[in-house]
Design a protein around this ligand. Structure first.
Ligand code: SF4
Length: 377
């Protein structure tokens, strides 16, 4: 099982596609070291995220507790405080680190509301490389404003010897947003084809499977059904800053339990989790994020291997591209079927003196997540 631990909703970016920074948590209420120590071992990918996880003063201790419990430990960061990750990477060079990067200097800094963000994260990743980091990379949220730079950012990552993870605009309780729509779905989807082809041309099998993941992103951008059924709550789960465990980070009606009050075994075997798994089975949201898609791509028999469908697609199209051919995207994707988006302008907060909306009384789930339902189509 994969697990994401959202350590905090505090954040020092002001992204247009994620309003966590407008809803910061009180550090005194954030999931404690004692609670995290209750997690069992044996997780596959264990991702520490936020908000911005480097704002937790005890991040190094969190890593000491969680690192032995997972096959792969990952830290998702905005990259603005790379020096806080330096001692962690020196101690655990195989920890996977991804810094959010949304394009070139102007585009990244505008979308993310970051002062000198681009320069700080590029220099920071280089610093972690020099410190011995072995699995470093950028993470890119595809949207109308940056999709023209997608292949260039992939090539920049390759030139630096680091990875590129991709996702797209999404609505979710984690992001406190329900208006993350594309303005021109067809244009954005067609632009992602360039990345799929570039990844298939690469010599790294990891990139070939990322190409399949990005094929799924094209479906998502157009508003189509997921390529593979979701396995939230069974193959992956999320812990929020209040120690609540959720099947996914999208629907706020998929609870599993609370790690501060229960053991992990109690949570997994609870009636709450059973009811949630039933809702996941019937879920019609078209989520396709790294966590949700990666786990769904895995074989039910050999978890480290891919399912036959993705494997066959990868082998066929890799061979085709290697022989000078082109991926026939129209064979896989119905470009005649495009969902309409409401034309709601997304805003950027770059340079604005924004005050966080910290609400002291957030003792119930309704107070923590006032948006009740989320629309992803
Ligand atoms: S498809 Fe449904 S259950 Fe799965 S991650 Fe999305 S909202 Fe959650």
């Amino acid at each position: 099982m994969d697990l994401t631990v959202i350590l905090t909703f505090r954040c020092n970016s002001k992204c247009q596609m994620c309003y966590i920074w407008q809803n910061p948590t009180d550090p005194r209420q954030e999931v404690s070291l004692e609670t995290l120590a209750k997690l069992p071992g044996g997780f596959d990918n264990l991702n520490v995220s936020g908000g911005e996880p480097t704002l937790r003063k005890d991040l190094a201790q969190v890593v000491d507790i969680l690192y032995p419990k997972a096959r792969i430990m990952e830290i998702s960061s905005n990259g603005l405080n790379p020096h806080r990750l330096l001692p962690i990477i020196k101690k655990y060079p195989d920890i996977k680190v991804r810094f959010s990067l949304e394009g070139d200097e102007i585009t990244n800094n505008t979308i993310r509301g970051e002062k000198n963000g681009y320069a700080r994260k590029v220099a920071g990743l280089k610093m972690l490389q020099e410190a011995g980091g072995r699995d470093l990379g950028f993470a890119f949220v595809i949207q109308d404003e940056n999709v023209d730079q997608l292949v260039a950012v992939y090539e920049k990552a390759r030139a630096m010897g680091v990875e590129l993870a991709t996702s797209t605009l999404h609505n979710a309780w984690q992001f406190y947003k329900n208006d993350n729509y594309f303005y021109d779905r067809l244009r954005v989807a067609r632009k992602v084809e360039g990345l799929v082809t570039a990844q298939l041309k690469s010599g790294k099998p990891k990139n070939w499977f990322r190409a399949y993941l990005n094929l799924g992103l094209i479906e998502k951008i157009l508003g189509h059904d997921r390529l593979i059924r979701c396995t939230a709550g069974k193959d992956f789960a999320f812990i929020d800053p209040w120690s609540d465990v959720w099947a996914c980070n999208v629907r706020s009606d998929l609870p599993m339990g609370n790690l501060a009050r229960q053991s992990w075994d109690e949570i997994v075997a609870s009636d709450t989790t059973r009811a949630t798994l039933g809702k996941v089975h019937d879920c019609d949201q078209n989520c396709w994020m790294v966590t949700t898609a990666r786990t769904a791509m895995r074989s039910n028999v050999i978890p480290q291997a891919p399912k036959l469908g993705p494997l066959a697609w990868v082998l066929y199209n890799k061979a085709k591209v290697s022989l000078g051919g082109k991926v026939d995207f129209d064979r896989y994707i119905d470009y005649g079927d495009i969902r309409q988006s409401p034309q709601v302008a997304r805003s950027s907060f770059l340079g604005a003196r924004m005050k966080a909306n910290w609400a002291p009384d957030r003792s119930t789930t309704d107070q923590r997540y006032p948006l009740r339902s989320f629309f992803n189509r």
